[in-house]
Design a protein around this ligand. Structure first.
Ligand code: AHG
Ligand code: MN
Ligand code: MN
Length: 331
């Protein structure tokens, strides 16, 4: 009988190969336990009547779904129990949550349930996270880390049961749940690289916003739209998952020409720390790139506050570079 390598086994060997501590392993074990529990509840959620609204809005003024709340509580519980996390930033809490101020070695930034509008349709959502390390050689000032300083970032696709993780300077790897809900790596599976065949590339963005994008983004779209298929699930976790397999570009540009000016979003919609930078970090490890509306690399942006938003263009380098040129030249 041929047994597949589990995620934890994979990580154990990774840590040993690089002569690293097991703390990171303990943290990842907590994260995957949380993901599995969210997945279990999500799959049976309609039977438990937990797929509706929670009746409150979060710090960002968005309606919170009951599953958003549940997923957040699950992740925080397992992170706290792991004793590895000094401080966590989650989409669902206004302030960073201090967990293990003395012993914790890691910062974690997460979106416990990405793609909330899919919940009531039982469509795929995601749990996205990034991990950074505290300063171990001196005092720690708790500043928010930029993507370039992340040690890892990952996305659990729920309830699909696929887990993608990027490890700093190592690559991107994909694990699938087996019959026992254990994440295992398929045989002969290699580090994931975004395909460089333009014929496979797809574009992913909310096309109903097109007229509200800047004129130079609109003209880029006009030039490129006939060359690629469009795909949009409405959950960054899922849309980006597909982009990694096929190549192309996901974008959520700044909204600057909305007919109701109060609905403009000059800083975009997505959150830098636990959405944009997560995809940027994974993209980098898969050979891709991510930029904001000014053409800055997302990984180089030091967050000023936990829920900072940013426009996002992420995917195959040639496509992202071509829109960067357009953004910088302002047309
Ligand atoms: P969340 O559900 O965590 O608030 O994130 C929603 C985000 C992201 O997942 C998705 O790509 C985007 O919002 C979709 O926005 P539109 O509905 O404006 O297209
Ligand atoms: Mn989200
Ligand atoms: Mn969310």
């Amino acid at each position: 009988m041929k047994l597949k390598q589990t995620f934890i086994d994979f990580m154990l060997h990774h840590q040993e190969r690089h002569k690293r501590s097991y703390n990171f392993l303990v943290l990842l074990e907590a994260i995957q336990t949380a993901a599995k529990y969210i997945q279990y509840l999500y799959k049976t959620g309609s039977l438990k009547n937990i797929m509706g609204e929670a009746g409150i809005t979060n710090v960002q003024g968005e309606n919170v779904m009951e599953m958003d709340d549940i997923a957040n509580a699950i992740v925080l519980h397992y992170l706290r129990r792991s004793n590895q996390v000094i401080c966590a930033v989650t989409e669902e809490e206004a302030e960073p949550v201090k967990l293990n101020e003395d012993g914790g070695r890691y910062f974690i930034y997460f979106d416990p349930l990405d793609g909330s509008s899919n919940i009531r349709h039982n469509l795929p959502v995601g749990f996205m996270f990034a991990v950074a390390k505290r300063n171990l050689s001196g005092p720690e000032d708790l500043h928010l880390r930029k993507g370039a300083d992340f040690r890892a970032a990952g996305i659990f696709l729920i309830p699909t049961g696929v887990f993608t993780i990027a490890l700093a300077n190592t690559g991107v790897f994909r694990f699938h749940q087996d019959e026992t809900m254990t994440y295992v790596i398929p045989e002969n599976s290699e580090r994931l690289i975004i395909p460089d065949d333009p014929k496979r590339w797809e574009l992913s963005f909310n096309a109903s916003n097109t007229k509200a994008f800047s004129k130079n983004v609109q003209s880029w779209i006009e030039k490129h739209e006939s060359k690629h298929s469009f795909r949009y699930l409405g959950a960054l976790a899922g849309d980006f998952h597909r982009l990694l397999s096929n190549g192309g570009m996901f974008m959520y540009p700044a909204i600057v020409n909305h007919p109701k000016p109060e609905k403009n979003r000059p800083n975009g919609k997505l959150r830098l720390l636990y959405e944009a930078a997560v995809t940027a970090f994974i993209a980098r490890e898969a050979g891709g790139i991510a930029i904001d509306e000014e053409g800055n690399d997302i990984l180089d942006i030091t967050p000023r506050y936990p829920h900072q938003r940013t426009a996002l263009y992420v995917g195959s380098s040639p496509l992202v570079e071509s829109i960067r040129k357009q953004l910088i030249n302002k047309g």
